[in-house]
Design a binder for this molecule. Sequence first.
Ligand code: BJW
Ligand code: ZN
Length: 284
Amino acid sequence: HTQINEAALQSFHEHLVKSKRMLALCGAGLSAASGLPTFRGAGGLWRTFNATELATPGAFSRDPGLVWQFYSYRRHMAMSVQPNRAHYALAEFARKNQHFMCLSQNVDGLSQRANHPKESLKLLHGSLAEVKCSEFFCRHKEQNFTDPIIPLLELPNIFDISDPDVEIPHLSFKALLDGGLRCTQCNKGLLRPGVVWFGESLPSNVLDDVDRFLSDPEPIDLILVIGTSSSVYPAAGYVDCARDKGARVATINMDERDIPQGRISSMDWFFQGDASVIVPELLK
Ligand code: BJW
Ligand code: ZN
């Protein structure tokens, strides 16, 4: 049950109507009300693994079958749930405000499904609906909405595979290649999820667009920090960049410990609770 502080809401609205250049930084908490688990804290475990342990190039090279089982489960979940009121409110806000840019760390496709205008949505960490070749020399990338992506990843009951007591088969590199995850361009590489893992750079076109927005001489008026632990860079660093350019920071989070960089000034707002309740109220 989420209650919004009326005084804070009013002062936020007074600032919002005067704001021109605005940013949002979104994280897994935006999609939590849709039923998708977050990375850290409760729900951040998949079988016996931390979700973040599996989101690395090292995990994929050690056990591509396990990493694909994890992503196959995540793809299935993402495609099974619906965008929530916060996704729709952000999409509508983007349609009405030309100078609003939404930076999303989420790979679940829910903002796209809420018809968020493409130009204003910057996917910092890629997308579960994309696959790319894992060979370093090959740049092949494609959209793929097939669930499961290959029959080998079909499991008796997809919901069971997050339970460590449910046995899942070991899938080798070769089994995945022969099972249909061979790159059609180089005919050699194993396809991998089109997401950004730790130690990898963010998509360069996305970085360019964000840098252009942040380096514009016009000030930034506001940044909304929605449902993110603000613990992953460079994403979390954009909040300080925006602050340096004059932005006031509005944080929307279930957990007050996740205020970005632990900082909150008299210029900032913190709205504690479910993003799917708060964001539509803020952007009304
Ligand atoms: C709710 C809610 C509700 C719940 N309503 N709220 C500078 C300093 C230190 C380290 C680095 C640095 N620069 C780069 C690094 C290294 C690294 C990094 O940041 N490490 C940190 C751990 C310190 N960064 C990288 O490697 C990045 N690449 C890069 O920088 O390239 C250049 C470079 C390379 C090598 C060395 C140096 C530089 C890439 C980062 C890629 C992150 N990838 C993942 C996986 C994506 C694919 C997938 O989905 O599987 O992205 S990890 C994971 O974390 C995922 C998320 O997008 C990301 C952020 O998580 P998020 O969204 O914040 O989720 P949670 O769970 O953490 O938080 C949820 C929040 O919601 C909580 O606050 C809840 O309270 C809240 N909540 N319910 C409102 N209903
Ligand atoms: Zn290839």
